[in-house]
Design a protein around this ligand. Structure first.
Ligand SMILES: O=C(O)CCC(=O)C(=O)O
Length: 271
């Protein structure tokens, strides 16, 4: 399901870019909803939306509004997007689980996001693994960063390519403002998706354009992973998502394949 180029680049760099994977009408709708919800404080967000950082108390923290897939069909289409799922199914060996979709808005006032991730970095999630074996690449914690705007050079996502396989701790002098070839700035256009393993050392430079940066981060893990009690779809809001999105959210034993995966594989000509 990955092309030979994509497999090579994902293994080498820890990410790939899917160009124009999301239709322009869907991008426009997501920008509209992003601006609408980001204008609200945490207490005003319609459930089950929530964020870590109420703008009244933390005005410069890059704010992610979580659970957006429960609020609008455009995000349900996104979490099942063929191009994204083609890559996520390949990376999880056809055992994907949706963790959730988060909508962020960064302005010139927003703080930068320091480096995190990287195999021997400061933070390494216990459920984050990356391996290449036989003819496959395998990742257990994947982020599909869907850009809703054209990102100008110098701002936004940065990473240390290859750091998902790093053995040594990153020297402190290598940070988000370091230069290529050690640190690179990935600049997608609206509708492009940067798919990366969370094992990759990554962060974001300060946003420096008049138009706000809007991004949807769709996170997936392996179907059989359970991170905490209560992990999985939000039962109280089950009626707001389709049965397929619900199933994608569910945990499932390693030996079983989700119906949604069987459907997508058939549509992608892989069945
Ligand atoms: O804003 C960005 O591109 C960085 C996001 C990030 O660090 C993350 O989602 O883990």
């Amino acid at each position: 399901m990955l092309t030979a180029d994509e497999r090579y680049l994902f293994d080498l760099h820890g990410f790939i870019v899917l160009r124009q994977a999301v239709p322009p009408d869907d991008v426009r709708r997501m920008v509209e909803l992003c601006d609408k919800w980001h204008a609200l404080g945490d207490a005003e967000l319609p459930p089950p939306l929530w964020s870590y950082s109420d703008p009244t108390t933390k005005p410069t923290t890059p704010r992610a509004i979580n659970n957006v897939e429960y609020l609008d069909e455009v995000f349900q289409r996104l979490v099942l997007n063929h191009q994204i799922m083609r890559v996520v199914m390949a990376l999880t060996l056809n055992r994907p689980q949706l963790l959730g979709a988060a909508l962020t808005r960064n302005t010139r006032e927003s703080d930068a996001i320091p480096f995190h991730g990287g195999v021997s970095g400061k933070f390494h999630h216990p459920a984050c693994d990356y391996q290449a074996f036989d003819d496959k690449v395998f990742a257990t914690f994947i982020n599909a960063a869907v850009s809703l705007v054209d990102v100008p050079a110098g701002s936004g996502f940065v990473c240390v390519p290859g750091s998902h396989k790093a053995h040594f701790t990153r020297p402190a002098n290598i940070d988000i403002d370091s230069e290529p070839p050690t640190v690179i700035n990935v600049c997608p256009k609206a509708g492009d998706v940067v798919v990366f393993t969370e094992c990759l050392c990554h962060g974001a430079r300060k946003w420096d354009a008049a138009e706000a940066r809007r991004t949807v981060f769709v996170r997936y893990c392996t179907a059989y992973a359970s991170w905490s009690p209560g992990h999985g779809p939000i039962e109280a809001h089950r009626d707001k998502i389709s049965p397929e999105v619900y199933e994608l959210h569910q945990m499932l034993a390693y030996g079983s394949q989700k119906k949604v995966v069987t459907r997508l594989l058939a549509e992608l000509g892989e069945a």
